[in-house]
Every structure is written in C-alpha cells, then in structure tokens.
Design a protein around this ligand. Structure first.
Ligand SMILES: C=C(O[C@H]1C=CC=C(C(=O)O)[C@@H]1O)C(=O)O
Length: 477
C-alpha cells in the first residue's frame, strides 16, 4: 500500500525537488559535462508534472500524441541557443537550422549518462522556429530559432514513464545522490496528490472580450490573393488571420491544454513557454517530420471540410472533399512539393494513397509520405528544406512568403512553424504549429489560416477559419 504523506510533506516534496534541480544548481564554468540521471516512475499525467514542477520564469516544452501514447515535457534550459532576426544574413533561410544543428553536434557528446539509460532514444534537444527567418516586430515572444537541453524532463512511451534530470552536479556528489533519492520516493503519488488541491483552487476564466476580429481584413486578403493568383504571380497562398482576445484574469495554461487534449485526441497537443511566462500552444494535426530508426514520415495535409452532424452527412462531406477538383488541387501542390524536396535530397520517398484525416471538428485531405534515411542526413537539414511547405505558405514558396510578410498585419511567431524535439541518434518529431495561440497573461492571439487557390471562395474560406478559431476558443475560455 502506498503511504500518502501529509500535505506539508507534499508541498515540500515538489518545492524541494525544484530547489535541488533548478535553484541550487551549480553554474557551468568551463563547459563542464552535463550529467544525466534517470528514474522510471509510475504513470503520471504530463500536464500535472508540468504544473507542479515548472518554476516561474523557466522555459518549457510539452508535446503529446495520444494516438501514439507518446509525450514529452521539458523544463528549464541547462544549455540553450537562441538565433535572433536573420534579415540580410547570407543564406538566412537555412542558417538558423544550421546553427541549431551545430548546437546539437557541439553538445551531444558532452552528456554523461548515468544508469543503464538507453540515451540514444531519448529526446534531449527541444526546439522551435518562427515561421519566418526574420521579423519587423520590435518585440518577439520567441526568437527565430531556439534549441535547448532541459534541466528536467519526462518522457512517456506507452506505459513507461521516465524522469530525467540533467545537471552540472558532479557524478556521485551528495547533491546528485539527494536528487536521486527524491526521484525514487514514490514520485508520481507525491506529485499527483498535491496537484489535486492546487488544480481545484484555480479559478475558471469565463468572460472574454474580443479585442479584434476584423474578419473583413481576412476576406480582403483572400480577394487580394485571388487577384495575385489570376495574374499568375502565385499559384497558391495560405492566408492567415489573427483573433485577439482578452480575459479579466490570466489564461490558465494547464486547463487550456487539458481541454485541448480532451477535445482533440487525434492531434498533437503542444505548448512552448518562454522565460517571461508567455506561451505558444495548440492542437495541431500536422506532422512536419518524424524519424524513428531511420524511417521518415511526413504529412501532406491540405484541403478541408467540416464534420457532419451525423454519420451520413459526414460521409457525404468527406466524399465531396475527396472529389472536389479545387480541394484536390490545393492538396496536390503540397504533396508534390514535399515529394520533390525529399527526392532532391536523394531520399526516394513513397506516397500512401490520398485519404481523409477526420478530426473532431474538421476533416482534411491527407497523404502520408515515407522515406528511408541515409546515414549522412540530419533531421534539421531536412526541416530546413521542408519548411515552410505550401500547406502553410504557398507556391512559389518565396513569393508566397513575401506576400505573407507584406500583407499580414501581424507576426506569425510560431504559428505554422516547426516545433519539436531531437535525440542524440538522429530521431526526431517535429510538428507544424497550426491551430494555435500565443498567450501573454490575460491576452491571447489566436491563429488560423486557409489555403487559397484559383476557384477559392472568400466566404467559404472565412467559414473554414471560423471553424478553426472555434475549436481554440472552446479550449481557452
Ligand atoms: C494553415 C492551416 O491549415 C493548413 C493545414 C490543413 C488544411 C489547410 C487548408 O485546408 O487550408 C491548411 O493548408 C491552419 O489551420 O491554420
């Protein structure tokens, strides 16, 4: 029988653990080795782990795929790299990915693994990139590229839960032994029990004010894009819109993520937090790049329809989507682009047949694309080639990005951008940060976009982005 200690101890437990891991941490002087220790624990909700163990003003990363029963949480940065604005840089489009790759190469041999940890298969590098490699905004919540090794992480694979602490405390030091003892003390029970009290004491935000909806801006942008398409400047462009809302109190990040997870079991639920308690979160159905044991998978995802109110309506909507000449064209641009990019890299990609991806609120045309990785290929090199795909930018890519920059009156930040993790062995999982929002205290900017091709109708595109916003609003407020 597990003994549940009294509340004083429980409060103390997570507090003390945070102190040991984050506060009383030695400063790295001469690029010392990072010592990595791990402990298998009994099951715990990763959001509980995040809520209870993230100290204020520490960076964080969370990504969960319920279908695959996989999730990761990373808290604090023991080592990190930020790449700021790259306008005017030579080869700026690829440089930020290259810099992050260099960071991995410089650090991956500098981690000493204790225990029998199969370190090769564990995410160690957590990363996010802004949609564009530069920005004209004075303030940016997230830099153009960021990669970090965390102090504390939790990795879930099916029913296995592994806590990892990365530290500069020397091997066999008393501090390291103390941390190990703490991790062994019925960790999950201790964290969970106190969390229930914490969670129920949080208020539920309800009322919000719409700071800006300006949907006419969106339809204006669609009309403008249709003209650019008619004049052959572009073939496709993804027009995005930002909805700004304000609450009376701060957004509750953990509750929002819990709601997103409940409402969107087929999506990746994700959240990236910076040192200023600003968060970028969402429920994305789109995988940019997954590599596991040299098997690469990516998604061509474009073309949308709502879900039906009953099975019959739903299958009609699905059939219409599969047979729509305009939606298929919009989709094909994406599929061909990804296929071509992977082929140019010498990866011999293979496409599955076109299918429907049915999500709780929307359905999409979907072509999974597979390839086998050669030894010399590193994941960030592939991401540099793939991002942005025409599912979030357009065709031709460079012209679409120029239009996006000059016509969108907001910074995309991490919207539609690569967010993911890598291990020390070439495995990775990166998603595309769509169906997402930037949260700063009681303010949120929600993002949604729609692909525009010849034949797109502004009203229908507006309905599509309203559907996407609705899903986010339901989770956030
Ligand atoms: C750019 C977004 O979605 C993309 C992914 C799937 C379907 C899309 C579409 O049908 O327009 C978009 O290409 C977004 O949701 O903000």
């Amino acid at each position: 029988m597990p003994v549940i200690p009294d509340n004083h101890f429980l409060t103390d437990y997570s507090q003390k653990l945070k102190e040991l891991i984050f506060l009383s941490h030695p400063v790295n002087k001469n690029d010392e080795q990072i010592v990595s220790i791990s402990q298998e624990i009994s099951p715990i909700d990763l959001l509980v782990f995040l809520a209870m163990l993230k100290p204020e003003n520490q960076v964080s990363f969370y990504c969960e795929n319920q279908r695959k029963q996989e999730a990761v949480v990373a808290i604090g940065a023991i080592k990190s790299l930020e790449v700021k604005n790259e306008r005017g840089e030579m080869n700026g489009r690829y440089n930020r990915f290259q810099q992050c790759q260099n960071f991995i190469e410089d650090n991956q041999d500098n981690i000493a693994f204790e225990d029998n940890l199969d370190s090769q298969k564990i995410p160690y590098f957590f990363s996010s990139f802004n949609f564009l490699e530069h920005s004209s905004d004075n303030y940016q919540a997230f830099p153009q590229a960021k990669i970090f090794i965390p102090y504390l992480q939790l990795v879930k694979k099916a029913n296995n839960y592994l806590v990892i602490v990365n530290t500069y405390h020397p091997k066999k030091s008393p501090e390291l032994n103390l941390i190990k003892q703490y991790l062994k003390q019925d960790f999950s029970q201790n964290i969970l029990h106190y969390y229930h009290r914490f969670y129920h004491s949080q208020s539920t935000p309800s009322r919000y004010t719409l700071e800006q909806s300006n949907y006419h801006n969106f339809t204006d942008k669609v009309n403008h894009s249709l003209k650019a398409i008619a004049s052959d400047k572009l073939t496709k462009i993804v027009v995005a819109h930002a909805l700004e809302i304000k609450l009376e109190e701060n957004f509750n990040i953990i509750k929002s993520l819990t709601n997103l997870r409940g409402n969107h079991p087929d999506c990746y639920i994700f959240c990236v937090g910076n040192e200023k308690e600003e968060y970028f979160l969402g429920a994305s159905p789109e995988r940019l790049l997954s590599i596991q044991d040299r098997q690469l998978v990516t998604d061509a995802l474009a073309g949308s329809a709502p879900r039906g109110k009953n099975d019959y309506d739903d299958s009609i909507l699905g059939e219409n989507l599969l047979n729509s000449e305009k939606e298929k064209r919009e989709h094909q641009f994406v599929s061909d682009y990804i296929f071509e990019k992977l082929s140019i890299m010498g990866l011999s990609p293979k496409r599955a047949s076109l299918q429907l991806l049915k999500l709780s609120n929307i359905q999409h045309l979907w072509t999974p694309i597979y390839a086998e990785i050669r030894e010399e290929c590193n994941p960030l090199e592939i991401i540099a080639q793939l991002h942005p795909t025409p599912a979030v930018a357009g065709i031709p890519i460079d012209i679409a990005c120029e239009e996006i920059e000059s016509y969108e009156n907001f910074d995309r930040s991490l919207y539609a951008a690569p967010i993911g993790w890598l291990d020390t062995n070439g495995n990775c999982e990166f998603i595309v940060g769509i169906r997402s929002a930037l949260i700063q205290g009681n303010y949120a900017r929600l993002y949604a976009g729609a692909g525009i091709v010849a034949g797109s109708k502004p009203d229908q595109e507006l309905t599509e982005i309203e559907l996407k916003f609705q899903a986010l609003l339901q989770a956030l407020v």
